[in-house]
Design a protein around this ligand. Structure first.
Ligand code: T5A
Length: 210
């Protein structure tokens, strides 16, 4: 089987990372060759960019700078990790990807979808997710889940609720634009229930690609 890129998207704290690792364990037990990675991050350069982006010290960061830094981290990640893994036939499970840039920088920061998509075309080098799982739930509840876990907030999590509302709307617009790729997950449910929804989509994708 050729490699597959599966991305996990949604508001902060919706439970994406938890599911990435559950899916990884499940697929490995079934004998699939998987790779877990994340954005921003996934390479040493991209992880350094992540530290700049999420550090709450940088409260003065301009929206354009932010967009380019996410895209720069992505360009390195795609070239160094994602493309090679896909060539090797791996199932790549990526915690956030380009849709986050469109939602957060395009809608949240107000840079617009077109600008963010255009800049990211260069970073993506033709790479597109085969499936995107969009974790949807009340954003305040999701943010509280994240807060309860870590206690401290990163630069993006510190943004006002209105920012997170715009981001969420961005994800909804993307879902409408790419319904064949973006599948909704009701993230408000229990861990087991969310896992079942996620597996249903992934197993269907694998079945279709066989
Ligand atoms: N960003 C990212 C951009 O602005 N542009 C971009 O291009 C990209 C790629 C990244 C930040 O950068 C922004 C988005 C982000 O703000 P991050 O830390 O990677 O920062 O952000 P998140 O992906 O949001 O990571 P979180 O860890 O905060 O959220 P998750 O992964 O959605 O949630 P998770 O799995 O860690 O779970 C949170 C808590 O909830 C519990 C877990 O046990 C955990 O305690 N939980 C549940 N509780 C009840 N029911 C369930 N079903 C649960 N599932 C998990």
């Amino acid at each position: 089987m050729e490699g597959l890129l599966i991305t996990f998207e949604g508001p902060d704290g919706a439970g994406k990372t938890t599911q990435v690792y559950l899916v990884d364990e499940y697929l490995r037990e079934k004998g699939y060759n998987t790779l877990v990675t994340r954005e921003p991050g996934g390479t040493s350069i991209s992880e350094e960019i992540r530290n700049i982006l999420l550090n709450s010290v940088h409260s003065e960061m301009d929206a354009l700078t932010e967009m380019y830094l996410y895209a720069a981290a992505r360009a390195q990640h795609v070239k160094q990790v994602i493309k090679p893994a896909l060539r090797e036939g791996k199932i790549v499970l990526c915690d956030r990807f380009v849709d986050s840039s469109i939602a957060y920088q395009g809608f949240g920061r107000g840079l617009g979808m077109d600008v963010v998509e255009t800049v990211n075309q260069y970073a993506l080098q033709g790479t597109e997710p085969d499936l995107t799982l969009l974790f949807k739930m009340d954003i305040e509840k999701a943010l509280n889940r994240g807060r309860a876990r870590s206690g401290c907030l990163d630069r993006l999590e510190r943004e006002k609720l209105e920012f997170h509302r715009r981001v969420y709307r961005g994800f909804c617009v993307l879902q409408e634009k790419y319904p064949w790729r973006i599948k909704e997950i009701d993230a408000s449910k229990s861990l087991d229930d969310v896992f079942k929804q996620v597996l249903k989509q992934i197993e269907y994708l694998i079945y279709c690609k066989k």
